[in-house]
Design a protein around this ligand. Structure first.
Ligand code: GLU
Ligand code: ZN
Length: 479
């Protein structure tokens, strides 16, 4: 029987979890959980500047938020320097690595002079330099042949040695390079499947050459996940795109929506049902079925999945999540309790209409503030550019005034507004009220926005006095 799979997620501390990294982390997690294997976590902090806890915290926090649990304690490369230096010494002893005192400028200048491929030219290969200050250790890549592997996602992949430069394994400072630490650790940790992003595809032949030179058997399988791209088909970048997982949490995406959506990037379940509980994704996900081409990180689809996940919550769970979201946004406790009460009065109406938890507060705010904040675009569209707005407001005010406090319920309110619509001339061919157009100015006057929970329920909850006061105040503004 083959050993139980062991995979790892190996983030470099960057201060945030990139959604692309989250995508790879998820693939590892799904695979580990479906195969009864283990998911290890390794922090790749060989870079001295990166060896700072605050650069790791957010990564761990986001993995926890997503529910991508790992097994055992995280392993830190910064604590394993000896392992890498021993490996480097073995490479030297076996004639697989040599010291080089070329500066980056010299390497570049020679490449420019020579034309063609940039990169290191093997200048120090046979100079027999001893270790010393300013000397890096480079791997001696065989001159001919190729190194390849069977990728679970990409099939046969091979790189000609002629296209791989003699890469650095120890910096001139003596610090181990990522490539060496990464390969040595995977071997040491007993990793069976290396699942990572496409950006590491070029590193894999070097990784395999290193292990071969060290006499270590490589992991059984590699899977290089597709690159995530934006609408312009460009690689997601920190500058152009929202790539930080924390930003999505802060805007009110649910972790289960993010996980579900990320699973769909490059993959789809055989039955075509895309939005589903996480345990089903664990069961159905297949690395072999992941498409290697770049996957479009589609915000519209993410928000669709999020809205579906929000609707799948029980009303109690929805209120609890919305409340926790507001609290996490730093909303003050007095406002929070008003907002919670407001949400309790219109839970399903709001739950059916929001796409993110961040949409909740703007949708219910009109219920607990003295004056709703007027959204300019809504004002322009419904009040300034609307038809028969004054007539509609006058007729609505008169109709609602005629409704006694005992009749302040959604149905009588609807009746009054329908009658007002007819008075203001919003009628369809069959003589009935055309509410879709007519209710715009009323909604904006009362809630400050043109989208929100159903109008009659909203007015019923807001109360007669406040509703009438806001309608009259808008009417006065119009002169
Ligand atoms: N530390 C690398 C990164 O964050 C990942 C390397 C790997 O997964 O092998 O991109
Ligand atoms: Zn050199």
């Amino acid at each position: 029987m083959p050993p139980a799979p062991r995979v790892r997620f190996a983030p470099s501390p960057t201060g945030f979890l990139h959604v692309g990294s989250g995508h790879s982390a998820l693939a590892n997690w799904l695979f580990a959980r479906q195969s009864g294997g283990e998911l290890l976590l390794r922090i790749e902090d060989t870079d001295a500047e990166r060896n700072r806890p605050e650069l790791v915290d957010n990564v761990l926090e986001m993995l926890e938020w997503l529910g991508l649990t790992w097994d055992g304690e995280p392993v830190y490369q910064s604590q394993r320097g000896d392992l890498y230096r021993d490996a480097a010494a073995k490479l030297v002893a076996g004639g697989h690595a040599y010291y080089c005192d070329c500066t980056a400028e010299q390497v570049q200048a020679r490449a420019k002079e020579r034309g063609g491929k940039p990169g290191y030219d093997g200048h120090c290969r046979d100079r027999g330099l001893e270790p010393g200050p300013g000397r890096a250790l480079r791997f001696r890549v065989p001159e001919s042949g190729a190194t390849g592997w069977v990728d679970l996602i990409r099939g046969d992949v091979a790189f000609e040695h002629a296209n791989i430069e003699d890469f650095v394994v120890l910096r001139s400072s003596g610090a181990p390079m990522f490539l060496l630490a990464n390969a040595v650790d995977d071997a040491d940790m007993g990793i069976t499947h290396v699942i990572r992003g496409e950006d590491h595809l070029n590193s894999t032949p070097k990784y395999l050459l290193l292990l071969q030179a060290l006499g270590i058997a490589p992991p059984g399988a590699f899977a290089h996940m597709p690159l995530l791209v934006n609408e312009q088909r460009k690689k997601l970048s920190k500058r152009r795109d929202d790539v930080s997982m924390a930003d999505y949490r802060d805007r009110g995406y649910l972790p289960e929506a993010m996980v579900n959506y990320l699973a769909l990037l490059g993959w789809g379940p055989p039955d075509g049902v895309e939005v589903r509980p996480i345990p089903e994704l664990v069961e159905l996900y297949r690395l072999e079925d992941v498409n290697p081409s770049p996957a479009f990180f589609d915000l519209k689809k993410l928000s669709y999945v999020n809205a579906e996940k929000i609707r799948a919550l029980s009303p109690e769970a929805f209120r609890a999540r919305a409340g926790a979201h507001l609290a996490a946004q730093g909303v003050d406790p007095a406002v929070l309790s008003e907002a919670s009460a407001a949400l309790a009065s219109l839970t399903t109406e709001v739950q059916e209409r929001v796409r993110t938890l961040g949409d909740v507060q703007p949708m219910i705010e009109f219920l607990y503030v003295d004056e709703p904040t007027m959204d300019d675009a809504s004002w322009q569209k419904a009040i300034v550019k609307g038809k028969a707005v004054v007539e509609m407001l006058d007729a609505t005010i008169a109709g609602l005034e005629a409704l006694g406090p005992d009749h302040w319920q959604p149905e009588p309110i609807r009746g009054a507004i329908e009658a007002a619509a007819v008075t203001a001339g919003h009628v369809s061919a069959d003589g009935t009220a055309q509410l879709s157009k007519a209710q715009g100015p009323v909604r904006v006057a009362v809630t400050g926005r043109s989208v929100g929970p159903p109008l009659f329920e909203s007015l019923a909850v807001l109360g007669r006095d406040r509703t009438l006061a806001r309608l009259r105040s808008t009417r006065r503004r119009l002169g």
